[in-house]
Write a protein that binds this ligand. Sequence first.
Ligand code: BGC
Length: 375
Amino acid sequence: MKKICLVLVTLLIASSFVFASGQQGGSGGGSALVGIAMPETHVLRWQKDGASLKAAAESRGYRAEVAYGDADQTQQNRQIQGFLTQGAKLLVVGNVNDGVNSVIADAARDKVAVIAYDRLIMGSADYDYYITFDNFKVGQFQGQGIEQGLNLASATAASPKYITLFAGSPTDNNSKFFFDGAMSVLNPYIDKGVLKVVGPYPKTSADNANFQRIATENWQAPIAKTRMENLLSNDARDVVLDAVLAPNDTLARAIIEACLADAKYAGGKLPVVTGQDAEFDSALSIKNGQQYMTVFKDTAKLAEAAIILADQILKGQTPNVPGASLASGSLTSIGDTGRKVVKAYLLEPVIITRNNISVPVNAGFYTDAEAAQLK
Ligand code: BGC
């Protein structure tokens, strides 16, 4: 009898263990909730990021919920509060602006880990991890696109090239990296007088007054379009622009639209316009010879890497994220929030021009129907 009881008890314990681990999911991720807060949907990548993050979390046995903040920090804070109320164990946050800090502090108080996703959460000491692309390099690629597209190496001061400058949202810390990376390539040509800036010229983002004048609040395309229209009818009225530094694809296309409505560019040559994100519409525009370049950031890989990091944090393991390198040496400052240096994991971006659109296509970045149009 004793033996039978023992066997029964053993079976019971074993089956409850199986039940528990079954609930936790095959990889033992636990049915813990991962809250995914994305900043906006008007820049397409975030819709894809949200979906990829959710799928990656669920494939590791987590529950996952995504919320999009509509470029409104108050709204995103409510969404993050909602995740905390539901008992989320980890948050993946692509924030709108620094107004997120109060809810990041709430998360720390509840012992909920936070991964800053793509955008560093500035001014906070309440989290430990950041995962992104090398954003200075993204900007360098934009500068190199212009250098190559205008053949700046052979330009002369007697016949200079003309450029106008745009930056991303002033509340997005990435905007400074993109801009400073681009200007690190362009400033030497400007100094030599072979490249002339039309409109405001912040030499770096540290020139805050001028940086604000070229920045685009919340990365809104209509703002960039209006600013370009104003430039074309004022500062750039008497010159033909050879290039426009545009910080991403959404803004690049708005700028191109403004140019196409101007008689000087309508039928003829558009300026060399840069971008980033390898959005399908921009890839097509590049293929058709309108936008000059973009930067491919494989956000599916970023999402996968972020969830691998999340899984390791939740399991109390020392993070080791394949495909991402932990910023060290001079790059450590990429994780400097102003109050703390968080661990920054970096993925590599790729420069894309007409010659290598096949790179994002072959990486499976587009739908089959889209890919077919890019071949
Ligand atoms: C991202 C870009 C994106 C931009 C606008 C930046 O923080 O790094 O990929 O184009 O936000 O959403």
